[in-house]
Design a binder for this molecule. Structure first.
Ligand code: ADP
Length: 396
């Protein structure tokens, strides 16, 4: 069974074609600059990449180009579009109703359109991508996989904010959590490695956007991102959690509108805001190594906040069996991993410094010290595979 996974952004569309019988990625790629001009990068394992300028006035043009490349005699991997059994679409937000992955019919689409206010950045392009794919591939099922749905089983005490309850009832203001597809994938992998489906697991997805999730019994019990992906640990350009009064105070003293304050906290804060160097962790590490104090401080703040959240989740779960690092920073930055795990031996967390330093990038590794009570893993995330798997399960 072949499944196409689509992740549509405002000016981009990522795709991967999976053969679910062999668990292989047959082809993947990226359409960029949709609505501006257009570039497609198309990759197949073991073959040269194909990169071309193509005019993409909209998402429909982009998906049509993807399908023509997938079926191209030279650059393609399938003989006909009919070989694609179903399409899985990544959605950041499923709101309160789409609590698990679902086949997207008219009702579901209507609901997704009704909640774009909760998700103004990712919602509209994901819906455009879905509509374009439905138009171009009307005979197959389209499945939505939602980042928020992993958190739909959390207790009310974990997702209701201590603000007037009517705000939740009237405006659905609550903790939703994001990156759920990634946390679900790596937490399941860790449970498999532990041989314990009931395990208590803390997953640290540390990338440009970062979040930490606590999982018990395969279900998320808490997560650091909230009403939006702005909450939690500091990120590339997002502040993460701060005293909410800072926002209204900045607005007053700097005379900012709500939109300007939002942009300041989303695009000019986090690692970039503190370091003044870059939002990219590699650049900040380089600068810190040269003695740049603010770059060093940015990294220290990141580690401090990750530790704080891990500690709180251990308290919430009454223990932890494994801590998992994933995504760009989690999978690659050995120093951040070492700094996060430092001085946690009282809790049973201890890593093998040598293994942490030498384990190959991009592969699964057990970096726990011998005899450590808590396992520490590096697990490369694979959200696309998770989307393909849900799509297969809902359509086969
Ligand atoms: P996104 O959230 O956009 O998917 P990624 O998961 O790709 O982001 O993570 C991007 C982050 O990972 C950047 O801060 C980048 O510096 C960091 N990163 C990627 N490779 C390395 C590396 N080799 N060493 C340290 N950090 C890295």
């Amino acid at each position: 069974m072949k499944i196409l996974v689509v992740n549509a952004g405002s000016s981009s569309l990522k795709y991967q074609l999976f053969d679910m019988d062999t668990n292989e990625v047959l082809a993947k790629g990226l359409c960029e600059r949709i609505g501006i001009d257009g570039i497609i990068t198309h990759k197949r394992p073991g073959k040269d990449d194909h990169k071309a300028n193509v005019d993409f006035p909209d998402h429909k043009a982009a998906i049509e180009c993807v399908l023509s490349l997938l079926t191209d005699k030279e650059k393609g991997v399938i003989a006909s579009v009919d070989e694609i059994a179903a399409v899985g679409h990544r959605f950041a937000h499923g709101g309160e109703k789409l609590k698990k992955s679902a086949v997207l019919g008219d009702q579901e689409l209507e609901y997704l359109e009704s909640i774009v206010g909760l998700n103004p950045l990712h919602g509209p392009p994901a819906i455009s991508g879905l509509k374009a794919c439905k138009e171009v591939m009307p005979n197959v099922k389209h499945v939505g996989v939602f980042d928020t749905s992993y958190y739909s089983n959390m207790e009310e005490s974990a997702y209701i904010y201590p603000i007037p309850y009517e705000l939740y009832e009237e405006y659905q203001i609550r903790r939703y959590g994001f990156h759920g597809t990634s946390h679900r994938f790596v937490a399941a992998k860790a449970a498999e490695l532990l041989g314990d489906p009931n395990a208590k697991i803390i997953t640290c997805h540390l990338g440009n956007g970062s979040s930490i999730t606590a999982t018990v019994n395969g279900k998320a019990v808490d997560t650091s991102m909230g009403f939006t992906p702005q909450d939690g640990v500091p990120m590339g350009t997002r502040s993460g959690a701060i005293d909410p009064t800072v926002v209204t105070y900045i607005q007053k003293v700097k005379g900012l509108t709500a939109e300007q304050a939002d942009a300041l906290l989303n695009k000019e804060s986090g690692l970039l805001g503190v370091s003044g160097v870059s939002s990219d962790c590699r650049d900040i590490c380089d600068e810190a190594a040269k003695g740049n104090k603010r770059a060093k401080l940015a990294l220290e703040i990141l580690v401090h906040n990750i530790k704080k959240i891990i500690g709180s989740y251990i308290a919430e779960m009454n223990g932890v069996d494994a801590i998992v690092f994933t995504a760009g920073i989690g999978e690659n930055d050995r120093q951040i991993r070492a700094d996060v795990c430092k001085d946690m031996n009282w809790l049973g967390v201890e890593i093998d410094e040598e293994v942490n330093k030498t384990c190959p990038r991009g592969t699964l590794a057990d970096i726990s010290a011998k005899g450590a009570k808590v396992k520490t893993y590096v697990i490369p995330t694979n959200e696309e595979y998770m989307i393909a798997l849900d799509t297969q399960n809902l359509t086969k």
